[in-house]
Design a binder for this molecule. Structure first.
Ligand code: GLA
Length: 675
């Protein structure tokens, strides 16, 4: 990121990236001059160009038309605006799909999707891969040394609309992937448990993608297909990134979609992140979610983990409404600034939007933009200009990192996909909902949270939350146990550690991977009815799940007080080595989690705020010398914040307490404490 930050201004002084997707090809060239002048007015210094321009750049196979792109890059350069240049492979043109119809993706029901929207290709299609490589080569050969270009944008939101693909070419690639993974059919049959329902395979060629069948398909088959689908798209990225890296020193990225990568869009971002020169992410609020700012924070925390704690790029968010939700509610005044500052607080060093100028045609014409349909005499434009100024006023933070994140939440794509498969004890089981419940409690307690994989180094954390990590490898379970033994506090929730890497149940009592660590032995699940709750002896009620079992060495903090599981442990605590291991066998209410967090915080030596409204966001970044406190008030009433330093947004000094108005944001450079 430092490479990019220091190239955003002529003097090389690191700056926050500020700008968005710029699609000049949708406009007459006469508009471009106004675009660039207004970008300068708003302080835009970075735009993503060419993401959806394949059809204009390559009118027919192997014939390129770069004139308009030459002009726009020269124009941007003459105004000092830097470019994140796309390799344009995201959306093959109609001529391509028409010429190579077998490159179109196929659904699990066997329907071959048409073109006419975007991203209409199968990741395994040799025709697509060949064409994308040729296009990438042509673009990079032409623009690698263009002075406006500072980074490369491969594709766009891989997998958003086109995967997993179940076509025959995907099927053949899946067979090769399985041969590589298992080497022989005995290993595959054992891993998939094919003795069940007469599913034994005698040849790899018999294996198809897990297409719609009469009833549940083999769950390990389905899990492997998710793994394969992620790898297959990643191979597309790697091939295109290699072409770029062979020709240009600029960093390469592709924009992630945060947590928008469940079983329906399987992307193992932990594996993808290893292939990025800089991690970038897109985030859109769910407009109707009253705590959507917390969801934003959670996504940013996740992306920061993918970036290994280093600064990352917010590649897209919106100035106001989007166009693709059921009700596209506009942001209220000040909300965009709060959102942008949340991302920055949590590690972003660039704040970009989809998109620069609101479209007049096409499916996204009602999507907000930096320059709205109504032009510069608009609230959105004025707030965009203010945001540009705000980012300049805090530019001393560029390159700093989020400091003081004492808690990690475990998140593994494999576990999420496996948990989202069918034929489980309850359709109400949701790893993401449980993850969010715990992140929200920590957010309300003003505890900054990282996301880590189960096998990551956890030694810097005081507490680790394991929310419904249904699939747990031996290595992950060992790592989590070692963390507790070394003095950490672990919190494992229900439906964690149930299966191994092959999606086979760990026998001998639930939660198999963690029974010894937790000192509990669960023998039977009792999922609750829809919206049913069950009273606990402490921490309020349980929701979604309850269990029949007993303590096997753990202290019982709460038991089920009613129903078929009455007397079984619901919340337990066990001293382990010099740390602690908690088990939560049901989904607690928001208040129940907060109450339990108070107990956990004592064991974990965790400072937690008493912030019941949960709308004051407190995060710190540091460069090792200075520390900056972000205080973001999502509520309507003023709040008092402990702060000593200077608010970079206003220039005002605060000593002791800061009164932060409803909806307000402060970025305080904290006074250095003298020895
Ligand atoms: C995604 C895409 C963009 C645009 C936005 C709209 O993030 O990457 O091209 O479609 O959604 O919200």
């Amino acid at each position: 990121m430092q490479y990019i930050s220091s190239r955003l201004s002529d003097d090389g002084v690191p700056a926050f990236g500020f700008g968005g997707d710029y699609n000049p090809e949708q406009w007459d060239p006469s508009v471009w001059v106004e675009d660039v002048a207004l970008m300068a007015e708003a302080g835009v210094n970075l735009v993503s160009v060419g993401i959806f321009s394949w059809a204009l750049l390559e009118p027919s196979e192997g014939e390129y038309e770069f004139g308009w792109l030459d002009s726009i890059l020269d124009l941007l350069h003459s105004s000092g605006i830097r470019v994140d240049l796309a390799n344009a492979s995201a959306s093959p043109p109609p001529w391509f799909s028409h010429k190579y119809p077998q490159s179109l993706p196929v659904t699990a029901t066997g329907v071959r999707l048409g073109y006419g929207s975007r991203q209409a290709f199968c990741a395994s299609s040799p025709d697509y891969r060949r064409a994308a490589a040729a296009l990438t080569t042509a673009i990079v050969d032409r623009y690698a040394s263009h002075p406006a270009v500072v980074m490369w944008h491969v594709h766009n939101e891989y997998g958003c609309h086109n995967q997993p693909c179940y076509c025959d070419e995907s099927g053949a690639a899946f067979q090769r992937w399985l041969e590589h993974r298992y080497e022989n059919l005995d290993a595959l049959n054992a891993a998939w448990g094919t003795a069940f329902w007469s599913q034994h395979y005698y040849s790899f060629s018999e294996i198809t993608p897990p297409r719609l069948s009469g009833t549940f398909v083999n769950p390990t088959h389905a899990l492997d297909f998710a793994r394969f689908s992620s790898d297959e798209l990643l191979a597309c990225f790697e091939a295109e990134a290699k072409i770029i890296r062979d020709r240009s020193p600029h960093p390469v990225t592709t924009n992630f979609m945060g947590f928008f990568m469940g079983l329906d869009k399987p992307l193992d971002y932990a594996a993808w992140a290893e292939q990025m020169d800089v991690v970038s992410n897109d985030h859109y609020l769910v407009a109707e979610d009253p705590r959507n700012f917390q969801d934003l924070a959670m996504n940013s925390d996740y992306v920061r983990g993918l970036a290994g704690g280093a600064p990352w790029i917010l590649m897209e968010h919106s100035t106001s409404a989007v166009n693709w939700q059921p009700r596209n509610i506009a942001k209220v005044p000040g909300e965009m600034l709060r959102n942008a500052m949340q991302h920055v607080a949590r590690g972003a060093d660039a704040v970009l939007f989809f998109q620069w100028r609101a479209a007049e045609a096409g499916s996204e014409k009602f999507h907000s933009a930096m320059l709205p349909h109504s032009g510069t005499d608009s609230r959105v434009w004025r707030e965009v200009v203010e945001l540009g100024a705000a980012l300049r006023s805090i530019s001393e933070l560029v390159g700093s990192r989020v400091s003081d994140a004492p808690v990690a939440i475990i998140h593994d794509a494999d576990s999420r996909w496996a948990s989202e498969l069918d034929s489980h004890p309850s359709t109400d089981l949701s790893m993401m909902a449980e993850t969010r419940l715990w992140h929200d409690a920590l957010y309300r307690a003003q505890v900054t949270t990282d996301f880590r994989a189960a096998t990551d180094d956890l030694s810097s954390y005081r507490a680790v939350i394991v929310p419904m990590q249904y699939l747990m490898t031996d290595a992950g379970a060992d790592n989590i146990r070692a963390f507790a033994e070394a003095g950490g506090t672990v919190v494992v929730t229900y439906f964690s550690g149930i299966v191994d890497e092959d999606n086979h149940v760990r026998l001998g009592g639930y939660p198999g991977a963690f029974t010894d660590l937790l000192g509990v032995r669960i023998e039977e699940f009792y999922p609750l009815r829809e919206n049913e709750t069950t009273t606990l002896s402490r921490f309020g009620v349980g929701r979604i799940f309850s269990e029949l079992g007993r303590s096997a060495g753990a202290e019982v903090l709460a038991e089920y007080a009613e129903g078929p599981t009455a007397g079984s442990p619901a919340v337990t605590r066990r001293a382990v080595g010099s740390g602690f291991a908690y088990y939560v066998g049901t989904s607690l209410s928001e208040t129940g989690v907060l109450e339990l967090l108070e107990t956990i915080a004592i064991d974990a030596d965790l400072a937690i705020a008493d912030s019941p409204a949960g709308d004051l966001e407190i995060v710190r970044r540091s460069n090792g010398e200075d520390t900056w406190l972000f205080a973001i008030n999502h509520g309507a009433s003023a709040v008092s914040v402990t702060a000593n330093g200077t608010d970079l947004l206003t220039g005002e000094a605060t000593a002791g307490r800061l009164e932060l108005r409803g909806g307000g944001v402060a970025v305080i450079r904290e006074n250095r404490t003298t020895e």
